[in-house]
Design a protein around this ligand. Structure first.
Ligand code: GDG
Length: 460
């Protein structure tokens, strides 16, 4: 059996309950199949030489973990600059937030080349290579240039924007051309696949061989949607643990006479937090029966704090929360509980379960795993209601949620009210259908279907 080699910017020890969608999904995937996980060590060497970094290899259970350090210059241009200052905003349709500094691309290329270089020495001829996310788009092209002929797949965890938006990235044709070094490219949603097909159709000299087959630059590429899921049973198990039960008990007691609305994410401008707070304010204003009762707990875990756009968002949120609490709060009730800290993963299911309503309202999201975790954590007998943005990849699958346009403050507030008032029978019916869906397309289904499609690619 071939060994699976996974490459992602950050890796996590699969034995630890990690946080973050990518880490959670990959940790579980690798432990199940064994193999090697390669990525950045998380260490920045202040006076390191660009394009150079120490390689560390260790064994964790069945998985070999190989990591490389980054010099300060590489970290700032490859990670903060190009990946999170250019690709992240553009791929989330935020050209206004992109920092098109022409100096970043050199670092992005350099780190991809260095990763390819270090990785090459660790590879076996029959390895199956699975590269993850926007930090590493050109990795396969670099490996191919060094003579590597293994099967290579790529999965994009974030959205792929429409062609004319993508074309705002100065290096877009180079980036998209380098995708053709892979045998298979996976996207989160059908919308992303259609953007890819349209891009290929209009911007490259490609032949579209079939719905999911494209030929260009002397190479045939398959591209399809593989919507990522969660490990439902693992998450339910986490919910049965002591930390989670304690959290649930504590929340239920505190909110026994109140209604709890919940948001959980990294503090990121793609997640629509200001829009959500404004809709919540509208809920209080338009439906005064919620005064003194409805409480929004918003967890916004710190993320990418040295990128400017994130610091500005943090200020905006602090001021919005302060204004809402100042205008509506009472001595014994504050409408918003804003927490700019990480909550331990073991406590999350209890928090989800205590909520009457989850607000998952990103402006754009590849998938969104919080929506799926919320469903997994509910009591099937008395479940909470999911309010989900139609702009999350998850909306293609989770049709039984209450779908909203997060830019439409009035209707989002209306939908929050509807969720708070939903009769138990309807809540049960919707929850049952959603749970069935996240069970059918869980993280194991995702991994297996991607790897099966990669294995099915005919030899070149
Ligand atoms: C990217 C794509 C795609 C959040 N806050 C805390 C915490 N979390 C955990 C959640 C969930 C994960 O982080 C977030 O996953 P998402 O999918 O919601 O979003 P991104 O981080 O943006 O992930 C996304 C995903 O990749 C996978 O492909 O779905 O579209 O953007 O697991 O529970 N975990 C803990 N404390 C927190 O405060 N422990």
């Amino acid at each position: 059996m071939s060994r699976l080699v996974v490459i992602s910017n950050r890796i996590a020890d699969p034995r630890k309950t990690a946080s973050g969608g990518l880490a959670v999904a990959l940790g579980q995937a690798l432990e199940a199949s064994g193999g090697m996980w390669f990525g950045w060590s998380g260490k920045v060497v202040e006076d390191g030489t660009p394009g150079e970094g120490d390689l560390h290899v260790q064994t964790a259970g069945k998985v070999q973990l190989a990591t490389v350090d980054l010099s300060r210059e590489d970290h700032d241009s490859y990670y903060l600059g190009y990946s999170n200052g250019v690709l992240w905003p553009v791929f989330h349709y935020r050209l206004d937030l992109a920092d098109f500094d022409s100096g970043y691309i050199a670092g992005y290329r350099r780190v991809n080349q260095m990763f390819a270089n270090k990785l090459k020495g660790l590879l076996r001829p029959d390895d199956i290579i699975w590269v993850h996310d926007y930090h590493l788009i050109p990795l396969a092209a670099e490996l191919r240039a060094m003579g590597c002929q293994q099967r290579m797949g790529f999965f994009l965890h974030i959205p792929l924007p429409p062609p004319l938006m993508l074309a705002a990235v100065p290096e877009h044709d180079w980036l998209m051309r380098s995708l053709f070094a892979y045998d298979l490219v996976g996207f989160q949603s059908e919308a992303d696949v259609s953007h890819f097909a349209r891009y290929v159709n209009t911007e490259t000299p490609a032949d579209i061989l079939g719905e999911h087959e494209f030929r260009a630059f002397g190479k045939t590429l398959r591209a399809r949607a593989f919507p990522i899921g969660i490990d439902v049973d693992e998450f339910i198990g986490l919910g049965e643990g002591r930390e989670s039960q304690e959290m649930f008990g504590q929340m239920r007691e505190e909110y026994s006479r109140r209604r709890l609305l919940l948001g959980v994410e990294r503090l990121d401008y793609s997640k629509g937090l200001p829009q959500r707070l404004k809709a919540f304010r509208q809920l209080l204003q338009a439906y005064p029966e919620n005064l003194g009762s409805a409480t929004l707990i918003q967890i916004a875990a710190p993320s990418r704090e040295s990128v400017d756009a994130y610091a500005a968002l943090r200020q905006e949120l602090e001021s919005l929360c302060g204004a809402i609490n100042g205008n509506y709060g009472e001595l014994d009730w504050m409408p918003v509980r804003y927490i700019h800290r990480n909550v331990a993963r073991k406590r999350l299911p209890g928090l989800y379960r205590a909520a009457a309503v989850a607000l998952v309202t990103p402006l754009r999201d590849g998938m969104n795993l919080v929506a799926k975790e919320f469903i997994a954590a509910q009591d099937p007998d008395d479940p909470g209601v999911l309010v989900l943005s139609r702009f999350a990849g998850a909306a293609e699958q989770m049709k039984d949620a209450l779908l909203v346009n997060p830019y439409d403050t009035t209707r989002t507030a209306e939908t929050m009210q509807r969720a708070l008032q939903m009769p138990r029978e309807e809540r049960q019916r919707r929850h049952q259908a959603l749970l069935k869906g996240i069970r059918e397309q869980d993280v194991h289904w995702w991994r297996e279907s991607f790897l099966a499609a990669l294995a099915a690619v005919p030899e070149a």
